[in-house]
Structures are given as C-alpha cells and as structure tokens.
Write a protein that binds this ligand. Structure first.
Ligand code: M6R
Length: 609
C-alpha cells in the first residue's frame, strides 16, 4: 500500500526521495509524487502510474532543496490521478499520508467554510489545511499539532513540511506504521525500513500515537498526550539490505529460489540438536497448554494456518479454529479461557489481522497471543505476547512465496513442540519428522533446478483457457487454495481451489476441455480418494495436471501432464508441493507478460481494511 518518505539533509534530497520511493515500489501503488522546499516555496511534482513517469519529469529540471517528502499512493478515496496523488498542500503545509481519515467529510466542510480550497477527492487533503488553520490559532506549533491529531479520526502515518520552518519534518503515527532513520548527513521519516535500505545506519520505530519532528540536530517525539518520549535508536537490521533482485528477472522468482535457504535457517534457529525452542515466545514452553487454539490471518498466511490445523488436530487432539481476520474481527467470536491466539503475517502490519489481535486481547486479556511473523518490529509483534520470527528476509514480490513455506516450516516445528509437550508424540517420532524437515531442503533444491522444464511442460496448457481448478484433500486442500490464489494474483486468470470431495457439489459443472484441473495427489493425504476425483474430472474432458509423489507404475493413464515430487511426511509434503505451484503461477504470468512483482490493483502490505 502507500509508501511515505521524508528526507532532511545537508545535501539536495531529490535523489534520496526517488531512491526511497523506488525501494517501496513493491508495496503496490498507482501514482507517485514529491514535494521539496526551496526558498520557503513548495515545489510539488506528481505523476499518475509508475515511478518512472515522475523520475522522467524531474530529469529535465531537478530540484535542489534540502528537505522534502515523497509518496507512492494506492488509491482509497478518489481515482488514481495526478491531482489525487500526494503530497497535498495548503498555502503553508505539505503532507503525505497513509491510512484513512474517517471524518474527513466533516473536516472538509468546516475548513472550506473557513476559506480552504480543496483540489483533490482525497481524505488526506484535509490534513494540511487543518494544520494550517490550527497553526494560526496556537502560539506553539506543538500545540497546533496536538490539536490536529485529536481531531483526526481513523488511521494515519503522516510526514509533513512547513515551508516557513524548513529545518524540520513533522511526523505522526496512529494505526499505520512509521519509523525514523538517520545517517551522518541526513534524517529520514519512512513508512518502511526498506525505503532507506543501504542509506540509513540507525532506526527508531515509532509507537502507536507518537508524533513529533526531526531536524538535523535531533528528534523530538511526543506521546498522544503531548508528553516528550525518550527515544532509543537501534542499528538498522542487516536483513533490510538484502532486498536486491540479483540475476533473477523478478523478485518473485528470486524469492521462490530462496526457499531452501530460508527453511534451513528456520531449522537452525529453532531446532538445534533436535530440541525445539522458541526463545521469543517462552510461554509456549512455560505455561499450561491451552484447550483451544485460534489462528487468524489473511490471504496466503491464512492458507498456512489452514494447513497447520490438520497437523495440530491430528497430533495434539485439541480444537483448532482458523478464520480470516476480516471476518473474525467483526463476528463477535466466542473465545473463552485457556485459548491461545496465533496470528500469522508476513508484514505484521495487515490491518485486519492487527485488529483481530486487539479484539482477542480486549475480550480475554489473560489469554496468550503468539505472532508468527517476518518483521520483528512490526505492530503485530509488538502487541503480541510472543514471536516466532520467520527469518525469510525481505519479501518484495507482492505474491507471497518464501513467507508461505517459512510459515509452514515454523508451524510444523510448533506442532511438534506442542505434541511433545502434551506427550502426544514420542521423542523418536519427533526426531523422524525433524529429519524429514532437514531432508526437504535438498529436495527443494532439486525441484527448483528443474524449474525451466516445468515451464515448458505446463505453460502451454494454459494458453487460451478461461480459468483453472485446483483440487486436493487434507493439507492439500489449503494448498489448492494457495495454488489458485498465486495463479489469479499474478496471471489474472480466474482460478479456484476446492476440497476435492466438494467438487461434485458444484464446481464439476465448470469442467470442460478448456479448464485445466490441477490435482494434488499425495500419498499422505487420501490418495485413492483423490485419484477417484481425478477420474471424474477426466471423464468430463478436462485437461488434467497431476502433481504427485506416486511411483510411475501407479500413475493413472492419460493425464495431460505429471509433475512428480519426492515423497514427504505428514508435515513436509505440502512444503514440497508448494514449489511447483508457485513456479506454475510464475511462468503462466510471464507468458501473459503481466507485472509479476507488482500485479495490478494489489498491495504488498494491506494496512487499511
Ligand atoms: O503480510 P500478511 O501476510 O499479513 O499479508 C496477508 C495477505 O495480504 C497476503 O498473503 C496476500 O494474500 C498475498 N498477496 C498473497 O500472495
């Protein structure tokens, strides 16, 4: 979603702003803009579409000012046009904003009556006019900002310039992430650490409700009541610098290929010498096991949670509820005591998942909440009782790949840990499963080395089709959902994932010779029943792609393509099957020449509901 950057330096900031916006392109956006102060005047440049358009515009007449703000916008209020692009300016104040100002209509009416002139359809444009109006009523700018923030309802991360005080950038954070960063020559305000990757040396993550200003001499941070807050800078994490595409054509392909390394990293972090330990979530070892586990997430993270339900219920025999966060947070769920919540999120900033956690904590403050997350300083992690970090490194491709298999690996370890604690699994069995996890690293490497073959074999089957169906049973059912999500996200082909047993209850009507059906048939999960479903599909003339670990001699006849994978155990089989599904989506998308890393309409981190 939208990206914010503010830079204050002793050198011209235009290049810094553009580089930061480039680094945040992966978040998804539809317009971009910057505003730089030169001689107490705002110079604002905005363009619809890709950042390149803005860069080209600035090439002919670069700006030389030492302070500026920039933004990539993912439209919520008003179309993606140049006028609606940020920054938005009043006479004196320029603002970039992430989030939604819910009471903007009332504020807009009041401000218009007082003489403000609005140009855009956005909610964000009320902010500069409100600041300007309150600055004229207060002796101190701090008092004006405190009043401004008390009047804004909704969620925001804000960076703002005052052309009369160009030695500083104002900032505020509520419900949308924001951080400060610095190096010897510059101070930064950013919505994302990646914005300043390779540029800033230290970082300060702002807490909910914090606001203030940065100058080249330092930073003033206040809490929501206006009290000064003690700040603590930290070294910029190394992982932030890892986000390079290298020799790969797309980040997504690079991230698919990183999976064996990520899985090895996770096993090394949490399962040394066959002992599973989660040091940032000690309650997993120290408190009584719960009666019930609730798992809440969105998109791909939700599919990982659905997979883990099979593992936890089978071995631990406790009740596991899984829900999409946008439903959970509004359905007044019955929680009860002795319940652990597990939220899963790559970004840790997904608005619905965060609100689901808050609801859970409000309703049952004594229950424990665990975050399984890739970003250790994210809002989700900070509000949870424990963290299992994914160690996947920055995921830039909008379509989640390595975060998914990282989530599955962590969840497999978590299931083993709990099963051991509950004496539901013997130590030897757990060792066997850990050994299988170690083994898949090698299996994944060999599957990935065959990627090009998969492209040649499968992509032609998707030429001219109107959609596709993915079928599986047991943990292959959530995998079918995930395979279908990957395909539709980046190739824009309609795709549905279905529990194979549900096929006769409706989707079978879709089947004809123009519908490729991907059948996930693994020995661990009701193989015979899935093969019966395959025959039913074949009998109706569909093109069948069989993804399986069956021996050649057992394969059904006349399938259009077979993708063979090594046999995994109950935990590792979905991890192996995920790889060809990701590659299939990737190559089909490439054949359609779509924007694989930044597919249309999508945002990497969905920070508004
Ligand atoms: O950062 P999160 O894991 O919370 O994000 C959840 C979904 O927005 C995300 O998985 C989305 O579905 C991806 N684009 C899937 O590829």
């Amino acid at each position: 979603m939208c990206g914010i950057i503010g830079v204050l330096s002793n050198q011209a900031v235009q290049e810094h702003l553009l580089r930061a916006l480039k680094n945040m392109e992966y978040r998804g956006y539809d317009s971009a803009g910057i505003c730089i102060v030169e001689g107490e005047r705002f110079h604002c440049k905005k363009q619809k579409g890709k950042l390149n358009n803005l860069t080209q515009l600035l090439e002919t007449s670069p700006l030389t000012g030492l302070v500026g703000i920039g933004h990539t916008r993912w439209a919520t209020h008003g179309e993606p046009t140049e006028v609606n692009a940020h920054p938005h300016c009043s006479d004196r104040i320029a603002v970039v904003h992430n989030g939604i100002i819910e009471n903007y209509k009332i504020l807009k009416d009041e401000l218009t009556e007082a003489g403000a002139t609005f140009m855009s359809q956005t909610d964000s444009e009320v902010i500069p006019w409100l600041v300007e109006s309150l600055l004229s009523q207060c002796d101190k700018p701090e008092l004006a900002w405190l009043k401004v923030l008390s009047k804004l309802h909704g969620a925001y991360a804000i960076a703002a310039l005052d052309r009369i005080q160009p030695d500083r950038i104002w900032f505020a954070r509520k419900g949308s992430p924001l951080l400060l960063a610095r190096n010897e020559h510059a101070m930064f305000v950013a919505s994302d650490a990646l914005a300043v990757a390779g540029n800033a040396e230290e970082v300060l993550y702002l807490e909910e409700g914090e606001w203030g200003h940065v100058t080249l001499d330092g930073v003033m941070v206040y809490d929501a009541n206006g009290h000064a807050v003690k700040t603590q800078w930290q070294p910029m994490p190394d992982s932030v610098a890892e986000a390079e595409k290298g020799a790969f054509e797309h980040y997504m392909l690079k991230e698919i290929h990183e999976q064996p390394e990520v899985i090895a990293k996770i096993i090394a972090a949490y399962a040394k010498d066959d002992a599973i330990k989660f040091s940032d979530a000690e309650f997993i070892s120290n408190t009584p096991l719960p009666q019930r586990i609730v798992m809440v997430a969105c998109g791909t993270s939700y599919h990982a949670a659905l997979t883990a339900r099979y593992w936890l219920e089978r071995y631990l025999q406790i009740s596991v509820e899984v829900d999409v966060a946008s439903e959970y947070r509004y359905r007044d769920p019955v929680i009860g005591p002795d319940t652990w919540l597990i939220t899963l999120s790559q970004s840790g900033e997904t608005a619905d998942t965060l609100e689901a956690l808050r609801l859970f904590k409000r309703k049952t403050p004594n229950n424990k909440a665990l975050a399984i997350c890739n970003v250790p300083h994210s809002s989700l992690v900070r509000e949870s009782d424990g963290l299992i970090e994914l160690h996947a490194g920055p995921e830039i491709g909008v379509a989640s790949t390595k975060a998914f298999t990282a989530q599955l690996t962590v969840l497999a370890l978590f299931s083993l840990k709990l099963s051991l604690r509950a004496n539901a699994m013997s130590g030897d069995d757990a060792k066997g499963h850990l050994h299988a996890l170690h083994q898949i690293v090698g299996h994944m490497i060999s599957l990935l080395s065959d990627a090009k073959h998969l492209d040649e074999q499968l992509t032609p089957l998707f030429e001219g089709v109107y959609g596709s169906l993915y079928l599986g049973r047991g943990p292959c059912y959530p995998l079918a959902l995930e395979g279908a999500l990957k395909l539709k996200e980046i190739s824009y082909l309609h795709a549905e994932g279905y529990a194979a047993g549900e096929m006769k209850h409706g989707p079978i009507a879709l089947i004809d010779s123009n519908l490729p059906v991907i059948v996930l048939a693994l020995k661990q999960y009701h193989l015979e029943k899935v093969i019966s479903n395959l025959h039913e599909v074949q009998a109706r003339g569909a093109k069948v792609i069989l993804l399986t670990d069956m021996a050649d001699s057992d394969m059904p006849d006349d399938v259009d393509a077979v993708v063979s994978i090594p046999t995994g155990d109950y935990f590792t089989a979905p991890l192996l099957a995920a790889i060809p599904l990701q590659l299939l989506a990737y190559y089909v998308a490439c054949s359609k020449d779509t924007d694989v890393d930044q597919p249309r309409n999508l945002a990497k981190s969905v920070t508004v509901e």
